[in-house]
Design a protein around this ligand. Structure first.
Ligand SMILES: NC(=O)C1=CN([C@@H]2O[C@H](COP(=O)(O)OP(=O)(O)OC[C@H]3O[C@@H](n4cnc5c(N)ncnc54)[C@H](O)[C@@H]3O)[C@@H](O)[C@H]2O)C=CC1
Ligand SMILES: O=C(CO)COP(=O)(O)O
Length: 350
């Protein structure tokens, strides 16, 4: 049997951390080709192309400094070359860029290939609703797309600190291949067929993380933050119940993609950090993202806006007061200090 060729589309903070794992695993596992192309959105770093720096030093000095990538990882700045003959495509770019990348790849991928999305966020659907990123990938590439979401702060994963993750995949054979490719002694994979729930959890937790950051910025303490996390979880569950797979499993929310990712993001994530600074400095998210993240991207405020507009169109905003309040704070419509008044009469308390 011929070996499976893997390509990684994305080389940011998480993209580089997952490249470290995948690059090492393909060295050991005979079913995969011993070279993994990693698509790099080209930029200049200290006067030199980032893709050249990565290939010469085996380090993504901008997005994952101080970590050596395995030599099996090859940085490729040309998207189509990066995915040439790929059997497994791992998508790990900020959600804002998915449609553009999908358009470029349409018609260029083997019809036997499979995709795995690590992207947390939604896309805006035609007509104003929201669309799952995995659907966008499948629509453009005409191949099935599984998802991987979990409590996985990239820097900690790259440090090889123990954590778990969740792969959502409909096909048990594909599930096994993906697990073999991704799992390590310190990165433990649980698979489930409850795919939509896994993906929706990954997107929505970024909204809740903004709420946690606002709470920190207001110095509201640990109990309030815990309440925000809990109410966030309840809104996430309701969101899946109302808009997604009626056969979803409540137990999926107790996997790494659910409660664990909420906790880690609400304590250690970029959305939390910038949301705290939003309150403390009074500056807007665009400025804070540029100043604090060195090219990395926030997903929370944009996802909050997308979800809010969808809820409003469906006349459902009152059922999701936390999501609504977070969006209104992000765009300056209400003050951060109004957050608690917005959730005091939460449906969970009625
Ligand atoms: N960083 C983390 O700890 C984790 C991130 N994620 C998710 O993974 C996804 C990717 O995040 P990161 O790898 O952290 O990325 P990042 O936040 O480091 O984003 C920057 C990346 O976007 C690229 N980029 C900029 N403009 C672009 C364009 N026009 N087209 C394509 N790429 C462009 C940059 O070159 C860089 O590679 C996101 O959905 C995020 O929510 C998931 C788990 C952990
Ligand atoms: O998804 C993440 C951890 O699982 C990272 O969250 P942030 O994007 O808020 O850093």
């Amino acid at each position: 049997m011929s070996k499976l060729r893997v390509s990684i589309i994305g080389s940011g903070n998480w993209g580089s951390a997952i490249a470290k794992i995948v690059g090492k695993n393909v060295e050991k596992l005979s079913q995969f080709e011993n070279r993994v192309n990693m698509y790099v959105y080209e930029e200049m770093v200290n006067g030199k192309k980032l893709s050249e720096i990565i290939n010469e030093t085996h380090e993504n000095v901008k997005y994952l400094p101080n970590h050596k990538l395995p030599t099996t990882i090859i940085a490729v700045p040309d998207l189509l070359k990066a995915v040439e003959d790929a059997d497994i495509l791992i998508f790990v770019i900020p959600h804002q860029f998915v449609k553009n990348v999908g358009n470029q790849l349409a018609g260029k991928i083997k019809n036997t290939a499979i995709a795995l999305s690590l992207i947390k966020g939604f896309d805006i659907a035609e007509g104003g609703g929201i669309e799952l990123i995995s659907n966008v990938i499948t629509k453009h590439l005409q191949i099935p797309c599984s998802v991987l979401m979990g409590a996985n702060l990239a820097n900690e994963v790259a440090d090889e600190k123990f954590c778990e993750t969740t792969i959502g995949c409909h096909n048990p054979k594909t599930s096994l291949i993906l697990k073999e490719l991704i799992q390590t002694p310190n990165f433990r994979v649980v698979t489930t067929e409850d795919v939509e729930t896994v993906e929706v959890c990954g997107a929505l937790k970024n909204i809740v993380a903004c709420g946690a950051g606002f709470s920190d910025g207001l110095d509201l303490g640990d109990n309030t933050k815990a309440a925000i996390i809990r109410l966030g979880l309840m809104e996430m569950i309701k969101f899946v119940e109302v808009f997604y797979d009626k056969n979803h499993k409540l137990s999926t929310f107790f996997e790494s993609c659910g409660i664990a990712d909420l906790v880690t993001t609400c304590y250690g994530g970029r959305n939390r950090k910038c949301s705290e600074a939003f309150v403390r400095t009074g500056r807007n998210f665009d400025e804070l993202e540029k100043e604090m993240l060195n090219g990395q991207r926030l997903q929370g405020p944009e996802t909050a806006a997308e979800v809010y507009h969808m809820l409003k169109c469906k006349n459902m905003e009152e059922k999701f007061p936390l999501f609504r309040a977070i969006h209104r704070i992000c765009i300056g419509e209400i003050k951060p200090k109004d957050l608690i008044d917005c959730i005091r009469q939460h449906p969970e308390h009625m």
